[in-house]
Write a protein that binds this ligand. Structure first.
Ligand SMILES: *[C@@H]1O[C@H](CO)[C@@H](O)[C@H](O)[C@H]1NC(C)=O
Ligand SMILES: *[C@@H]1O[C@H](CO)[C@@H](O)[C@H](O)[C@H]1NC(C)=O
Ligand SMILES: *[C@@H]1O[C@H](CO)[C@@H](O)[C@H](O)[C@H]1NC(C)=O
Ligand SMILES: *[C@@H]1O[C@H](CO)[C@@H](O)[C@H](O)[C@H]1NC(C)=O
Length: 560
């Protein structure tokens, strides 16, 4: 190293240390908190990180969340708290604790003074309303939902938090005895805490965006629709999930409360008694009393999700389609992955991922029949005819397998998302509406090469993993990640994904009824990435022809 380099190095280093901008101890409504001040690289900026701040009191089993009473002294907020109690992957044990209502905050700081008035992005994780945690899965100490890359690259505050899932989050008797929606109410508590406290962390309480994926995206949609959040946030992003999805609302919660009650030894013929009994039962036993069937399914996997939000007459006063007046002033981005249904279809017809195994037309019909059980054989036949129109006499296996994924993607995610975009647009007052499809191909080496963006593939790019784990990714993955973070954080700042701190590859036009514009997001975004009328023929079929058929059954599975 030359002498001037050493000098410069020392000088910069000293300046960096001397000018470290950090919040230090922050005064919140519950008391003082102190996080970690982290330097990014040798000469980089700083980020303040707070982990494990309580936003509500430790919840009582199957009761509404309550405000935290506060604490004396300074709370060390440097460690993530454990997840809310949930079953493990094997479904034979639980992980996490009931005391779980904590949040985490990332605040980007310049070198000289602490940030003020930053836009705020609050993340709601997915996991089928059954599993998940605010920091996400941990790969070698890299957490999936680490807010640092979004915060630093977009100059926004990122907040993540835990909410209750599974039976402890969503069990309901469908009446006042056990109204349910505990997980949604936890989410609301976290958002409201951010609204009241984020100013002390340098955030702008008038500039809050909620965003989420899968069940988290559906949660985002339901939080927009709930009258309880009036004025709490300005903008929202749903990645692969909306309140109008078939799996978003449980219409027969009592049958599941009874089934789980029975398993833990509660009397089930009186819902007052049942609710009281469930509340004093071992929370671990209640959690394990629900089992998600993944093999030998009697119908499509998507219909087996049972512990989900309910229309409780309070948090959700009506069915989602009747609540869009509440979204009139909330800017909204909603989109799907182009093969979102692949993950689910792989459980229903595993052969789609096995090159040597054929999928027959009968199997495709059976899957469609299962998905369309609410419209009977007529619904199944019309749907099957539409999706197999292009097959010809002897379709290639790849064509058949892709059809399976298209049906699943359309039914589970894409069609309800387009319906939601239309209702949002129709009810908008000041709100803007944006639609996207994410199409960066899956990186799973075990999948066939035709597999596009599978469910949850978008997460790694939104959270900047190609930057935080550079060796795990190629430059093209950083291109996608950079673009998504730019659009997302611009949107959080201005309500327009094209305007803000970050340059974007192409102008993403707002969604309109005539054009039906959407942005196709992958590593090659250019002017041809702005497209119109996403899967128009199929969306139109489901949202008009199909929906006008007489309903002959309920799609929500009842326990067997
Ligand atoms: C259910 O149990 C509660 C509490 O024991 C009782 O007050 C109520 O009358 C019972 N309801 C019915 C329908 O039996
Ligand atoms: C699946 O169902 C078949 C027939 O109903 C049964 O023979 C088999 O044991 C089941 N497999 C599992 C793993 O439950
Ligand atoms: C549906 O298709 C099956 C098989 O092609 C046929 O037997 C049946 O009559 C059709 N049902 C309706 C209601 O169209
Ligand atoms: C949000 O933040 C941006 C950028 O800091 C600012 O221009 C805007 O006025 C803020 N408030 C609202 C309500 O958008």
């Amino acid at each position: 190293m030359a002498r001037w380099e050493i000098l410069c190095f020392a000088l910069c280093f000293c300046l960096g240390v001397a000018r470290a901008a950090t919040l230090g101890v922050v005064n919140t409504e519950g008391g003082f908190v102190e996080g970690e001040s982290k330097r990014l690289g040798l000469f980089g900026d700083y980020v303040d990180i707070f982990r494990g701040i309580p936003f509500a009191a430790p919840p009582k089993t199957l009761k509404d969340p309550q405000p935290h009473p506060g604490w004396d002294g300074t709370l060390k907020a440097t460690e993530f708290k454990s997840r809310c109690m949930q079953m493990t992957l094997t479904q034979e044990d639980v992980r996490g604790t009931e005391d779980c209502l904590y949040l985490n905050i990332w605040i980007p700081q310049g070198k000289k003074q602490v940030s003020t008035n930053l836009p705020v992005m609050v993340w709601i994780y997915g996991g089928a309303f059954l599993v998940g945690g605010g920091q996400g899965a941990n790969f070698l100490n890299n957490y999936l939902y680490d807010g640092e890359e979004i915060a630093v690259r977009g100059n926004v505050i990122v907040v993540t938090f835990n909410y209750r899932v599974g039976p402890l989050g969503f069990l309901s008797t469908g009446d006042e005895n056990l109204p349910g929606n505990y997980g949604l109410k936890d989410q609301h508590m976290a958002i409201a805490w951010v609204k009241r406290n984020i100013k002390a962390f340098g955030g702008d309480p008038e500039n809050i965006t909620i965003f989420g994926e899968s069940a988290g995206a559906t949660s985002v949609s339901l939080q927009m629709l709930s009258p309880k959040n009036k004025g709490l946030f300005k903008r929202a992003i749903s990645q692969s999930g909306v309140g109008l999805c078939s799996w978003a609302i449980q219409r027969d919660p009592l049958s599941w409360a009874k089934k789980i009650g029975e398993k833990v030894g509660c009397p089930t013929d009186n819902s007052t008694v049942l609710a009281e009994c469930l509340r004093i039962s071992d929370p671990k036993a209640v959690t394990l009393a629900y089992h998600l069937q993944l093999i030998n399914l009697s119908g499509p996997l998507v219909h087996t999700l049972a512990l989900t939000p309910v229309v409780d007459g309070d948090f959700l006063p009506d069915t989602p389609e009747n609540l869009f007046a509440n979204t009139a002033d909330i800017d909204y981005i909603a989109g799907v992955n182009d093969m979102d249904g692949h993950f689910f279809a792989g459980f229903d017809i595993p052969a789609i991922n096995r090159p040597l195994v054929k999928v027959s037309a009968d199997e495709v019909y059976k899957l469609i029949k299962g998905l369309t059980v609410d419209r009977g054989q007529r619904g199944a036949n019309l749907t099957y005819t539409l999706y197999t129109q292009a097959w010809g006499n002897k379709p290639e296996q790849e064509v058949v397998k892709k059809t399976v994924v298209e049906v699943a993607t359309d039914y589970i995610f894409l069609v309800p998302t387009q319906w939601t975009l239309n209702l949002h647009l129709r009810n908008a007052r000041t709100a803007k509406t944006y639609s996207y499809v994410f199409s960066q191909p899956s990186r799973m080496p075990v999948y066939p090469s035709w597999v596009g963006a599978d469910h949850a593939d978008d997460l790694q790019y939104v959270f900047g993993l190609p930057f935080s784990i550079p060796l795990g990714y190629l430059p093209k993955h950083r291109t996608v990640s950079k673009a998504m973070i730019a659009y997302w954080t611009n949107f959080a700042k201005t309500g327009n994904p094209n305007e803000g701190n970050s340059e974007v590859p192409v102008t993403w036009p707002a969604y309109t009824t005539e054009g039906g514009y959407y942005l196709d997001i992958n590593n090659n975004i250019n002017k041809n990435s702005v497209k119109e009328n996403l899967r128009g023929r199929f969306v139109n079929f489901w949202n008009s022809v199909y929906r006008s058929l007489p309903q002959v059954a309920n799609i929500t599975q009842t326990p067997n």
